[in-house]
Write a protein that binds this ligand. Structure first.
Ligand code: NAD
Ligand code: WQD
Length: 348
């Protein structure tokens, strides 16, 4: 079965690609490499070669917004008698702060790119899709953990593009309830790395997110971690989030493919998280305990747009997909650190 994986060279996509190939899927990656390195592909191949696995992997360097590129992928697959059966759509831009500065670019790539993809899928009668949505679409409220029914009220352009895409799915599904099969997965905080240490997260420039910042402090690339606020209404005053091991998250996509294959038509919005909330200080302590590294930190004022507590109710994913996260916070720290020490400068 051929899968089109857009954004397959990125942090999340590369882990999904590896699991799909291990499971014997024929995988076609479309990526512009605007936020990823071609070395990722070599690493995926090295891993599979070392395990003596036969695999079918094709890479297309191109832009999701380019009609001709996307059309050609479907056309060529059909010609090879390997029609694309399911699309996993991850290609897009994800920086909250960037989206505030360049909103049109975010609407263009995220919404325009998805529209282009959907139009082409429809033309080629491929109606099975797994999409990368985000917990950033949820609005503020006291109801924690957050279920899929939590109010939708994003506060930044990035989050608004994800909501627009989900609305597009809604319209599409309602237009013909017997046609489309869509899982829109709302990720919480994906972290860690593949246990091999061959692939992991490699942010360009100064990391915005907590976990890669910690591993870069530990390896000596940064001197000190800024902790944004110690006066939140949480157990220790620091912000609480739902950190999910990247392999658990990737497994959630495989479970979604199985779910789509066993359904005639559907549109489901599904949280993917660990279902647990950990504070910044808890993450620092666990990282120090697991790795033996010290993480010096400074307390700073709260970061604009942050919330105190955000973690997922994952009962829907468990029930619908038969999926549950398996990896502990300790494994997150160990695998993330293993990736960082094996690749002190990421893929370069
Ligand atoms: P990433 O930047 O590592 O991966 C995205 C990939 O898409 C990159 O390889 C990039 O080169 C590619 N890409 C960007 N624009 C493209 C375009 N116009 N055409 C083709 N390819 C393009 O990000 P990630 O963390 O792997 O995130 C993957 C998806 O998951 C994104 O859609 C993101 O919004 C979503 N998501 C991520 C997180 C997170 O914390 N990482 C949380 C929620 C949702
Ligand atoms: C986690 C906690 C910070 C960095 C972001 C995006 C969201 C989603 C995932 C894509 C918070 C604190 C952080 C640092 C810190 N991405 N922190 N020092 O904010 O939950 O979500 O990534 O969809 O859209 O907004 O994750 O890792 O940035 O922060 O103290 O240097 O760590 O204040 O409490 P967040 P994060």
């Amino acid at each position: 079965m051929r899968i089109l994986l857009t954004g397959g060279a990125g942090f999340i996509g590369s882990h999904i690609a590896l699991l799909l190939l291990e499971r014997g899927y024929d995988v076609l990656i479309l990526d512009s490499f605007v936020n990823s390195s071609f070395n990722v592909i070599n690493r995926i191949k090295t891993y599979l070669d070392n395990k003596d696995l036969k695999y079918n992997l094709k890479i297309i360097k191109g832009d999701i917004r380019d009609k001709r590129t996307v059309d050609n992928i479907f056309f060529e697959s059909l010609k090879e008698s390997k029609p694309i059966e399911t699309v996993l759509h991850l290609a897009g831009l994800k920086s909250v702060s960037d989206s505030v500065t360049n909103p049109l670019h975010y609407w263009d790539v995220n919404v325009g790119g998805t529209l282009n993809l959907l139009l082409t899928m429809n033309e080629y009668e491929c109606h099975s899709l797994v999409f990368s949505s985000s917990a950033t679409i949820y609005g503020l409220s006291d109801s924690i953990p957050m279920s899929e029914n939590h109010n939708i009220s994003p506060i930044n352009p990035y989050g608004k593009t994800k909501v627009a895409i989900e609305n597009m799915f809604d319209d599409l599904y309602k237009s013909n309830k017997n046609l489309w099969k869509i899982c829109s997965l709302r990720y919480f905080n994906p972290v860690g790395a593949h246990p091999s240490g061959l692939i992991g997260e490699d942010p360009i420039g100064i990391p915005n997110n907590l976990f890669p910042f910690i591993t870069q402090v530990a390896i000596g690339r940064r001197t000190v971690l800024n902790v944004y606020g110690d006066n939140w209404e949480t157990r220790d005053g620091s912000g609480v989030r739902d950190y999910i091991h990247i392999i658990d998250l990737a497994q959630g996509h495989l479970a979604s493919i199985d779910y789509l294959n066993s359904n005639e038509s559907c549109l489901e919005f599904i949280n993917l998280g660990s279902g647990k909330g950990y504070s910044v200080f808890q993450i620092i302590s666990q990282f120090e305990l697991s790795t033996g590294c010290q993480i010096p930190f400074d307390i700073q004022s709260r970061r604009d747009g942050d919330v105190g507590v955000c973690y997922a109710d994952i009962s829907k994913a468990k029930k619908l997909l038969g999926w549950a996260p398996k990896k502990s916070l300790e494994e997150i720290c160990l695998d993330g650190w293993n990736w960082q020490i094996k690749n002190p400068n990421g893929y370069t």
